[in-house]
Design a protein around this ligand. Structure first.
Ligand code: NDP
Length: 286
């Protein structure tokens, strides 16, 4: 089969370039898109994520405000900073890098961010908006997957397709299901208690694997010609980065597939940048 490898680096690059152009136009009107990024502690992976987000801001032409707080920052101090940023007219988006140190309640922090600055799309108001079909910020990874399907597979129409999502987390699986529903797919969500996962997956025209288990989706889960999106980020036994899908064997039967790395990963930051732009437009008009 002539399988299409969906390139997340190219598509995320296109989205960032589109935003760069639109941001230059906003700048001409004196508007600067601003993202506040808060990092608590010195988790090395979080430091890399935050650095990449700041780099993307620089590339597009956003202003980024950086708050790097020590590990022992209290919940109260963090909530106070968020409250301050909520009230600032010159801040469009607020991002608190997760995970937070154990003594801070992540739920409280998520709720503290004003929904109109919640560019991660994690606030229940935004999740609820997605659920009832209102406008709001959409969680970045699932939003990026919709873009991969729309821009990465020529002539592909999500409408009417059978979509199986493996994983039901609040940041990937559940919002993904709602987005696919919005695109008129017929959606099934599978999880650790799903019986006969192979059979369930084999029905799918689109499989989205968001589990976090290296290579658990094999060719036995995939209908020939299906489109396979791999969200997983895992380390294989030899230390290499790999997804939830056995790429070598599945790419032989899928019509299109995302690689790991270079598939879904780069889309998450691109969609965060998209949400920041949308936040700025919303604030400009309010
Ligand atoms: P979670 O651990 O929150 O959720 C994993 C889901 O997989 C759960 O719903 C769980 O089911 C389900 N699951 C576990 N084992 C099985 C199984 N054997 N069969 C079927 N379902 C199973 O993970 P996340 O959603 O946060 O992340 C998933 C993966 O995606 C991770 O590898 C993560 O690193 C990656 N990721 C990548 C991003 C990117 O930008 N590329 C962004 C976010 C995540 P149950 O609910 O029953 O426990």
């Amino acid at each position: 089969m002539n399988t299409k490898i969906i390139d997340g680096k190219i598509i995320s690059g296109q989205i960032k370039d589109e935003l760069k152009e639109k941001t230059a136009l906003l700048k001409e009107k004196g508007i600067e898109v601003t993202l506040a990024v808060i990092l608590v502690g010195a988790d090395p992976a979080s430091q890399v994520y935050v650095r990449n987000k700041k780099r993307a801001c620089e590339y597009i032409g956003y202003r980024s405000l950086s708050y790097e707080l020590p590990e022992d920052t209290s919940e109260e101090e963090l909530l106070k900073l968020i409250d301050e940023l909520n009230g600032r007219k010159d801040v469009d988006g607020i991002l608190v890098q997760m995970p937070l140190p154990k003594h801070i309640d992540e739920k409280k922090v998520t709720l503290a961010i004003s929904p109109d600055k919640d560019v991660d799309g994690f606030h229940p108001m935004n999740v609820g908006a997605l659920c009832v079909g209102d406008k709001g910020f959409v969680s970045c990874t699932p939003a990026g997957i919709i873009q991969l399907l729309k821009r990465g597979v020529d002539g592909f129409d999500i409408s009417g397709k059978e979509c199986v999502i493996v994983g039901r987390s609040n940041i990937v699986g559940k919002p993904m299901a709602l987005l696919m529903l919005r695109e008129n797919a017929t959606v099934t969500i599978a999880h650790s208690r799903t019986k006969n996962l192979e059979e369930v997956c084999k029905r799918a025209d689109i499989i989205i694997a968001a589990v976090g288990k290296a290579g658990m989706i094999t060719k036995d889960h995939v209908k020939p010609g299906a489109v396979v999106i791999d969200v997983g980020i895992n380390r294989s036994e030899d230390g290499k980065l790999c997804g939830d899908v056995k790429f070598d064997e599945v790419s032989e039967i899928a019509s299109a597939i995302t690689p790991v790395p270079g598939g879904v990963g780069p889309m998450t930051i691109a969609m965060l940048m998209y949400n920041c732009y949308e936040a700025a437009i919303m604030h400009m008009n309010s």
